[in-house]
Design a protein around this ligand. Structure first.
Ligand code: G6P
Length: 360
């Protein structure tokens, strides 16, 4: 056990650090001899025959699915819905004529997701499981599988599986987009590589994030993450990560929605963390952050190079905006890790949580 951890105090930190290597490995695994990204043609054919994608997942994988929807819709123009697996079974949405199901699951064993797969199989619909575990239940029972190649994820709080899921969805979307004639020249091979470099530079500078964790989160009982568009999806994941390991009650909010109710919770020194990677909405998100500051919030801005302002506490390197989630999530993982560490929690095994939940 300890041997695998090497010099790391916890698996969570090791797995955060592994993310650049995981992305680079994925790029090798999904590349053909002509150095182009590729996936099994049967999967592409099946999705090209479908009229709508349904992503079904739980927890962190659900949050990766929210990002995946944007990637699939932008690159393939196939309408995509994302569903929490535990809700899908009894709150089944109206299905299109030719649905294609994508199950996102690090473990491939989540019972809530499996019960949906049992139903879609009974209805004869094609499905793709994107998982880290070859031979897992979801992988065996679905039509197709794409692997995350992230290596075992031991910490209960998922980090590298989230970024690997998004990268696989980006590769998948670009390959389908090219075959649909929507994309002339693929950029994901280059741009996921650039994202891997960006992640490397963020993890290399983790001490500065440790200091911010002490400054912002050491005594707080609650916290907020805000963002718009893609940053909103990451805000949900960032909030879940902080909750899971630090036990701080944290909410992720669409930045524009805060003023419609939740801003009532802002008190003197409440931490509010804004994620800013989207040019078209950056100004609005900054405005929302300012609104909380005016009410006493202890505000922290994490922005992407090119959109940064001098007052921003964390600035991540510029990446393709479609892949901004890969980079902007890293400081939030590190904030969660250090906050948990400083509070003396068992970082890898937070109370009440299991790595894989095999009951509904
Ligand atoms: C559990 C874990 C979460 C994980 C979720 C879904 O609740 O604690 O970290 O995101 O299951 O797991 P999966 O293996 O399906 O991605």
């Amino acid at each position: 056990d300890d041997l695998e951890k090497g010099t790391y105090p916890y698996y969570m930190l090791k797995e955060i650090d592994e993310q650049p290597a995981v992305l680079r490995k994925l790029l090798l695994k999904y590349q053909n001899e002509a150095n182009q990204l590729t996936i099994d043609q049967k999967i592409v054919d099946s999705i090209l025959e479908s009229d709508r994608v349904y992503i079904v997942a739980a927890g962190t994988s659900y949050h990766a699915g929210l990002v995946g929807k944007e990637l699939i819709e932008k690159m393939t123009h196939i309408p995509t819905e994302v569903h929490v697996s535990s809700e899908f079974g009894y709150n089944t949405p109206i299905l299109s004529e030719k649905p294609f199901f994508i199950f996102l699951s690090q473990s491939g064993e989540t019972a809530d997701s499996r019960q949906v797969l049992v139903k879609t199989n009974a209805l004869g619909y094609p499905s793709l499981t994107i998982t880290n575990v070859p031979g897992s239940t979801l992988s065996r029972e679905s039509t197709f599988t794409l692997l995350l190649h992230a290596g075992p994820e031991i910490a209960v709080a998922s980090t590298k599986a989230y970024t690997a899921q998004i990268a696989v969805l980006a590769i998948f979307s670009e390959v389908v987009g090219i075959q649909k004639g929507l994309i002339k020249h693929g950029v994901m091979l280059r741009d996921i590589g650039i994202a891997a470099n960006a992640i490397q530079s963020i993890v290399d500078d983790k001490e500065s994030i440790e200091e911010l964790a002490s400054e912002y989160l050491s005594t707080s009982r609650n916290a907020f993450y805000i963002g718009r568009g893609m940053d909103y999806h990451v805000a949900l994941e960032a909030a879940l990560k902080l909750k899971e390991v630090s036990y701080i009650q944290t909410e992720g909010f669409a930045a524009g929605e805060l003023k419609h109710g939740t801003i009532a919770l802002i008190e003197e020194q409440t931490p509010v963390i804004a994620l800013i990677t989207e040019k078209s909405v950056a100004g609005h998100t900054r405005g929302n952050l300012q609104e909380t500051k005016a009410r006493g919030a202890h505000t922290l801005a994490i922005s992407m190079e090119g959109l940064n302002r001098p007052e921003d506490q964390i600035v991540i390197p510029h990446v393709n905006p479609l892949l901004s989630s890969l980079a902007i999530v890293i400081p939030t993982q590190l904030l969660a890790y250090y906050c948990s560490l400083h509070r003396g929690n068992d970082v890898d095994k937070p109370r009440n949580l299991a790595k894989s939940v095999t009951v509904e």
